[in-house]
Design a protein around this ligand. Structure first.
Ligand SMILES: NC(=O)c1ccc[n+]([C@@H]2O[C@H](COP(=O)([O-])OP(=O)(O)OC[C@H]3O[C@@H](n4cnc5c(N)ncnc54)[C@H](O)[C@@H]3O)[C@@H](O)[C@H]2O)c1
Length: 362
């Protein structure tokens, strides 16, 4: 059995990683849990751990356990680098939550540690594993869209400010919606385009609503936030040119007065066809001189009850399975760290451009 250690036992641990790991029970067992809030680690250990699972409040102590082979890094953004580097140096394979890091310098340290250690590092961009994403990726790789020269990376909430954890805390998260959800849509977009060579970035960010809207006047879908401790942007936008001339527009918001809401989507325009994911996957092209829209049915097929393989896997199960296949030497994880590094570079450039008003070139 592959022995697993969990670092960070909060929202994403309980919503994604622990349930997904429970579906890999034939080859993994979770033997160690760490959280600076001990009760969270204890609760997760009780629910998902082996009977003798250990509980820690210091991740460095957990990493000393040589029997542990893989680490899931599920802590706030700014700590991803330190914990991931330490885990790789301790000889573990690592899946770290998105975004890879808060800065390119930190992401570079993670890449260096991965190369030096020879261990696996992947980043939790599970949106790549949705059925619509997997279908669109195949179409892109098969050339169905032709050359993709314009794209939008979209993650826009009308009112969706996360109110658990430390999300509006700049020092711990590195930023707001751009680094939190814009990161998913940019990752999807670059992956679909298979283009990781940015040339320049112009960005703008706003903090118009986070500090302004008082409890009782927020209409938030995720509880009430405290405007007095709201430190990050509430929306951000980027205009990215790529070395080959292609352009990507990034739109990210936790709060924006718009009805055009969407989460972790990409829109692609190629020479042969276009695609968007707003109303399910839609391909637009000209067929027999007619403007045509094709809508592949990407819902999880239900199949026939009781027969193995009847249902498609969830995104988080697919991500987890690919990671453990890679750990067993049977393939690659879904996300390469070099790809997540470029996402971090571009998002950092949007922030720097927004702050300076200048064009950032690579
Ligand atoms: N893939 C996704 O769609 C997705 C969704 C939500 C969050 N996330 C990512 O997951 C990460 C955590 O977010 P969350 O929503 O679970 O936040 P959270 O606050 O609910 O959980 C984080 C946990 O880490 C613990 N922690 C903080 N510092 C620690 C340390 N040094 N050592 C051990 N434990 C520590 C906290 O006490 C907390 O319990 C973030 O990077 C976030 O971007 C990803």
């Amino acid at each position: 059995m592959i022995k697993v250690g969990i670092i960070g036992c909060g929202g994403i641990a309980n919503a994604k990683h622990l349930p997904a790991l429970s579906h890999q029970a034939h080859r993994v067992e979770i033997v160690a849990f760490c959280d600076i809030i001990k009760e969270r680690a204890e609760k997760a250990a009780k629910e998902y751990g082996t009977p003798d699972a250990k509980v820690y409040t210091d991740y460095k102590e957990l990493l000393q356990d040589e029997s542990i082979r893989t680490i899931h890094v599920l802590t706030p953004n700014v700590s991803h680098c330190e914990i991931t580097v330490a885990a790789l140096e301790a000889g573990k394979d690592v899946i770290c939550e998105k975004p890879m890091a808060a800065t390119p310098a930190d992401a570079q340290k993670m890449l260096d540690a991965q190369k030096k250690s020879g261990h696996i590092l992947t980043i939790g961009y599970q949106n790549r594993c949705r059925q619509d994403s997997l279908t669109l990726k195949k179409m892109c790789d098969d050339g169905e869209l032709g050359e993709i020269y314009f794209a939008k990376a979209q993650a826009i909430r009308r009112r969706g400010v996360p109110t658990w954890g430390v999300f509006p805390n700049k020092a711990l998260q590195g930023g707001g919606p751009l680094i939190d959800i814009g990161t998913h849509s940019l990752d999807l977009t670059l992956w679909m385009m298979n283009n990781y060579k940015p040339k320049s970035v112009m960005g703008a960010s706003f903090q118009k609503l986070g500090r302004l809207l008082q409890p009782g006047d927020q209409g938030n879908t995720m509880g009430v936030w405290d405007p007095n401790t709201y430190e990050v942007e509430d929306s951000a936008f980027g205009f990215v040119t790529m070395e080959n001339g292609a352009v990507i527009v990034i739109e990210a918001a936790w709060a924006l007065n718009t009805l055009e809401v969407c989460e972790a989507l990409t829109q692609l325009c190629g020479t042969k066809a276009g695609a968007d994911m707003k109303d399910g996957l839609r391909i637009n092209k000209i067929m027999y001189d007619k403007q045509t829209v094709i809508k592949p049915d990407c819902r999880t097929p239900k199949g026939v009850d009781f027969f193995a393989g009847a249902s498609a896997k969830s995104a988080e199960d697919t991500e987890c399975e690919a990671f453990y296949d890679a750990v067993e030497g049977k393939g690659s994880p879904v996300v390469k760290p070099e790809e997540a590094f470029v996402v971090t570079q571009i998002l950092d450039a949007v922030y720097r451009s927004a702050e300076s008003g200048q064009l950032i070139t690579f």
